[in-house]
Design a protein around this ligand. Structure first.
Ligand code: NAD
Length: 321
C-alpha cells in the first residue's frame, strides 16, 4: 500500500485504528472517517500529523465526500461487539445498509478498490464446521443478533451488486473473532472481559457451561490479511481468522493463568442465539493471498494483557502488585 491515499471508515475503532496505524507506517496517506459511536479519537491520536493522517468526524449513514484521489476504501464502520450492537440495533442496521452504500458510492466515484469488513457472523450458528466461504450460514432473521448478522449479509450483497452493476473493484473479507490492544474492557467480548476481570481480581464470567468454542486471531494477523486482500484483485469473500479453536472456559482459564490471578470462574446465562462453534477454514486465504496467522494465542494474549495492565493502571483501576 506504499504511498497511496486510503480511506478507513470506522478507523477510530479497535480494528480500524490498527489498520490506520499499519497503513500510516507503510507511508500511505490515511483519511479516517468515524462518528465515535463505539470508537474514540484517542485510538488514533498518536497518528495525528501535518498531512499523512486525517481524522474526520462523520456519520457514514449520511452521504460522504472526500476531496482528492482515493486508491482504497476500507469499510469498517459498524458496531461490532454484541453489547454494542444490541445497545444500538437500528444504528447497526443503518451502518450496514446506508453506511455501506455511501462507502461504496465513494469508492465508485473515485475508482478506488473497496474492501468490506464482513464477519464470520454471516455464518450465524453454523451447521457446517469449520466454516468455508461456500457455506451460506444459519442466521435467525428476527433474533437479537440479526441486526448485526443481517446488516453484514446485506452489506455483502450490496457490495456484490456494485461489482456486477457498476464494475466497482470490490473485495469482501469475513473476519473471525479478533482481539488485541485497544479493545474496551466493557465491550462484552470474551478477551477484554476476561482480561479486565482477571486483572481486577473479579469473578471471570463465562457464559453457559463454557463448552462453546471460539477461534481467536491476534489483531496484527487480521490486519495483515485485510492488507493482503486489498493489494490484489481477488473479490472474495475470504475468511481471515485463526483456526486454533478453544472453548470459552479454556480461554478463561488461560487468561487467569497468564495474569496470575486468583479470580474465580462464575458461570452466567448464555445469550440467545450464541453460536455453539466457530472456526474458520482459511485454506482460501492461504492459497489466494498467501496469508496465514502467525501469532500464537498465548503470545497474543500476553501482548493484550500487557496493554490492559498499562491501561487499567493509568486510569487508576489497578493497584500495582
Ligand atoms: P469497533 O466498535 O471498535 O469499531 C467500529 C468503528 O466504527 C467505531 O470506531 C465506531 O465509532 C465506527 N462507526 C460505527 N458506526 C458508524 C457510522 N455510522 N459512521 C461512522 N463510523 C461509525 O469494532 P471493531 O472490532 O474494530 O470492528 C471493526 C469492523 O470489523 C466492523 O465492521 C466489524 O463488523 C468488523 N469485524 C470485527 C471483528 C472483530 O473481532 N473485532 C470480527 C468480524 C468483523
Amino acid at each position: 500500500m506504499r504511498a497511496r491515499r486510503v480511506v478507513v471508515t470506522g478507523g477510530a475503532g479497535f480494528l480500524g485504528s490498527h489498520l490506520c496505524e499499519r497503513l500510516f507506517r507503510e507511508g500511505a496517506e490515511v483519511v479516517c472517517l468515524d462518528n465515535f459511536l463505539t470508537g474514540s479519537p484517542r485510538n488514533v491520536e498518536h497518528l495525528a500529523g501535518p498531512d499523512a493522517f486525517r481524522l474526520v468526524e462523520c456519520d457514514l449513514t449520511d452521504p460522504v465526500h472526500v476531496p482528492g484521489e482515493v486508491d482504497v476504501v476500507f469499510h469498517l464502520a459498524s458496531a461490532a461487539s454484541p453489547v454494542d450492537y444490541l445497545r444500538h440495533p437500528v444504528e447497526t442496521l443503518r451502518a450496514g445498509s446506508l453506511g455501506t452504500m455511501h462507502a461504496l458510492d465513494l469508492a465508485r466515484l473515485k475508482g478506488a478498490r473497496f474492501v468490506l469488513a464482513s464477519t464470520s457472523e454471516v455464518y450465524g450458528d453454523p451447521l457446517e464446521h469449520p466454516q468455508r466461504e461456500g457455506y451460506w450460514g444459519n442466521v435467525n432473521p428476527v433474533g437479537p443478533r440479526s441486526v448485526y448478522d443481517e446488516a453484514k449479509r446485506f452489506s455483502e450483497s450490496l457490495t456484490t451488486a456494485y461489482r456486477g452493476s457498476y464494475g466497482t473493484d470490490t473485495a469482501i473479507v469475513r473476519i473471525f473473532n479478533t482481539y488485541g490492544p485497544r479493545m474496551r474492557p466493557c465491550d462484552g467480548r470474551a478477551v477484554p472481559t476476561f482480561v479486565s476481570q482477571a486483572l481486577r481480581g473479579e469473578p471471570i464470567t463465562v457464559a453457559g457451561n463454557g463448552g462453546q468454542t471460539r477461534s481467536l486471531c491476534y489483531v496484527d494477523d487480521t490486519v495483515e490479511g485485510i492488507l493482503a486482500l486489498a493489494r490484489g484483485e481477488f473479490a472474495g469473500p475470504v475468511n481471515i481468522g485463526n483456526p486454533t479453536e478453544l472453548t470459552v472456559l479454556a480461554l478463561a482459564e488461560t487468561v487467569r493463568h497468564l495474569v496470575g490471578s486468583e479470580s474465580p470462574i462464575r458461570f452466567v446465562g448464555r445469550p440467545l442465539d450464541d453460536p455453539e462453534v466457530r472456526r474458520p477454514d482459511v485454506s482460501l486465504a492461504a492459497s489466494v493471498l498467501g496469508w496465514r496467522p502467525r501469532v500464537e494465542v498465548i503470545e497474543g494474549l500476553r501482548r493484550t494483557i500487557a496493554w490492559f495492565t498499562r491501561e487499567l493502571s493509568e486510569s487508576g483501576e489497578l493497584i500495582p502488585r
